[in-house]
Structure formats: C-alpha cells, structure tokens
Design a protein around this ligand. Sequence first.
Ligand SMILES: Cc1cc2nc3c(=O)[nH]c(=O)nc-3n(C[C@H](O)[C@H](O)[C@H](O)COP(=O)(O)OP(=O)(O)OC[C@H]3O[C@@H](n4cnc5c(N)ncnc54)[C@H](O)[C@@H]3O)c2cc1C
Length: 351
Amino acid sequence: MQVEFLIIGQGISGTWLSYYLQKANKSFIVIDNEQPNSASRVAAGIINPVTGRRIVKTWMIEELLSFLVPAYKEFGNELGINAIEQKSLIDFHPTPQMKIAFDERVKENADLLFNPKDQWQYQNTFNYDFGFGEVNPCYVVNLKEILPGWRKKLLSNNQLLEENFEFEELNHSNSGVIYKNIKAEKIIFCDGIGSSKNPFFKNLPFALNKGEVIFIESADIPSTHIFKKGMMLTSIEKDLYWIGSNYLWEFPDDHPTEQFRNQTELLLKKWLKVPFKIMDHKASVRPANIERRPFVGFHPAYKNVGILNGMGTKGCSLAPYFAKQLADHLVYTKEILSEADIKRFTKILTR
Ligand SMILES: Cc1cc2nc3c(=O)[nH]c(=O)nc-3n(C[C@H](O)[C@H](O)[C@H](O)COP(=O)(O)OP(=O)(O)OC[C@H]3O[C@@H](n4cnc5c(N)ncnc54)[C@H](O)[C@@H]3O)c2cc1C
C-alpha cells in the first residue's frame, strides 16, 4: 500500500492533522491503538482563555480562538455533531483576597472578565462565601463525539489501522518510510506521551504531567456553565459531570488513586448543595513540556520523520491551529511558527 503520509495516533492532534490532510486531498493511513486512558479520551475539552492565580491571558489566545471556533463548527458539521459549545466559567472566589485580585483584573481585561451583579444566583446549588467572577467566552469541545466520529469516518475509508505501532518494523530513509506493507513519503508522530520514549523524539524536553478526573451524576447542576472552585466542573452529557483535575509532575504510574478520589469527594460534599453520585474515576498523563509550547515539524536529521505533540494542558485549543500549520507546511511548504517548530531543538535532536 502506498500513501503520502503515515500518522501515528488519533488523539486530538492526529485527528486534526488527518482532517486537514483529508481536506487537502492528501493520502494517508492513521495507526492508533485506542488507549482508553490517553489524554484526549480523559480530558473535559475545556478552553479557558485565562490561566493561573494571576488570571492572565493564555499564549496566543485571541488568534487561537478566532481560528478554532469556526474550525470546530465546520468539523462538527462534517461529522453531524455539535463539536463545540460556548459556556462561560463561573469562578467562585476561594478567599476575599482572591475576589479583590479578580476585581483588579476585570479592569484590565474587560473583554473577558466580568463581575456579575447578582452574586448569589447559584446559592441553591453551591456553597460559596465570597461571590464569583465570570470568564466569558470559554468553550467546551465535544471530545466524546469528535474522536469516535472521526475514527468511524477513517475506518469506513480504510484510512485507519487499529493496532499498536512497533518501532522495530519501521524503515526510514531520505526517500521515504516503509512500515510493514505500507510505503509513505513521511511519518508523523501524534502519539502523545508515546513520543517521550520514541527513538526520534525522546530528547525533546517533555515534562509529563498526570491528572485525575471524577465523573458524577446529578440532575440538579446547571449544565449551562463551567464551574470552578479549586477544580473545574462541567457537564459532558445529560446529568453527567466531569470534575478535575490535579497536576502531578512526579508519579509512580498512570493509575487513578484513592487519595484523589477521597479528596475530590470531600470537596464535592462541601461545595455542592445538591445530591450527586460518583460514577467513574480516571487518570491520564498529559504530553506536557517545560516550555509550554507545542512540538511541531520535522526532525532536523531525518527529513521524513515529523511530530505534532507537546500540547500539554491545552490540546483542544492548540491542536487544531498547529495541525493546520503542519498540514500547510506539507502541502504548500509554508513556515511553521518558530515558537512551535522543533527546529528550535536542532542541537538536542542531532546530538
Ligand atoms: C485529566 C486531564 C484533563 C485535561 N483537560 C483538558 C481540557 O479540559 N482541555 C484541554 O484543552 N486539554 C485538556 N487536557 C490536555 C489534553 O488532553 C492533551 O493536551 C491532548 O489530549 C493531547 O492530545 P494528543 O493527541 O497530542 O495526545 P493523546 O491524546 O495522548 O493521543 C495519542 C494517541 O496515540 C495513540 N498511540 C500512542 N502510542 C501509540 C502506538 N505506539 N501505537 C498506536 N497508537 C498509539 C493513543 O492511543 C492515542 O489515541 C487534559 C489532560 C488530562 C490528563
């Protein structure tokens, strides 16, 4: 079988890359082993334009939002689903000091941060003492339907192999790559944390980060907003809510822990005034890195070996934009943004 591109991984990165290559009429095969706890399968899909205790705008957010909102809508139309939903974030102030800090930031970011007049409108649902601020617009990406929806399309077009990619079976040279019975011009790794052990890219400065999530059932929480108090709470389907997450830089394995479950259950009992039932508990590892910038482009020593990775905590906002950059690079030889291009790691990749 001969194709132009071989893509490893169908998380949010491999999904968007294969989508844009499809749109450009390029031929490809995706290989994915459907790990149930891969980051894209555990994530909530939240896009929050501000971050941290200082509530600052995230990197490139204006440009990313103006690109990704129409991109998700178009992708959703193609899959016959609602791929993205705008929801504002209700950020309950944990202390009076944090309320003051938020109020200060409202003055500087009047396009995103708001101080709603009725500060007690959620008091039937939540316990809170110091009011709340609102971040708007935020978005929730429908990962639960996008990933299987696109997978189904790829399968029906014979463009997806549901198997484990084995490095030992790969031969690569300056004229292309051969993997088992597949000949391709280039191979592109969208394998999430897999790339941190990948012989071509393991020297990139990955800093893997574990996160855990609890799923609860409740009929009484408004599904219209994302709620935050220490952790984020958002609806992912009727009466089912996602609450997470923590950020661990050191961890013995990628399994859910009793400690997180107990802590989160306690938080929910204190925070929620309405009944809820814990339905599930998952853990995953984010393909994060020290710089907090994506890894995009081709290996400086192996011109047919590429990567789209390093999405960290922000795969839903970064993957579509940088998949398009990589696809445009492949189709029209356009430049990749230098802050994301792995050319910046030429020294360590050619060591
Ligand atoms: C708890 C948690 C919550 C998060 N919440 C959010 C959020 O709300 N919003 C947000 O934007 N981001 C969130 N993130 C981050 C987001 O999940 C990641 O940035 C994103 O999913 C990374 O996508 P990816 O496609 O690069 O990698 P992955 O999702 O890891 O996908 C890699 C794919 O490659 C496949 N694969 C790997 N190795 C092989 C192999 N050898 N052979 C075949 N297939 C292989 C895997 O099965 C998988 O399908 C969260 C992450 C975690 C852990």
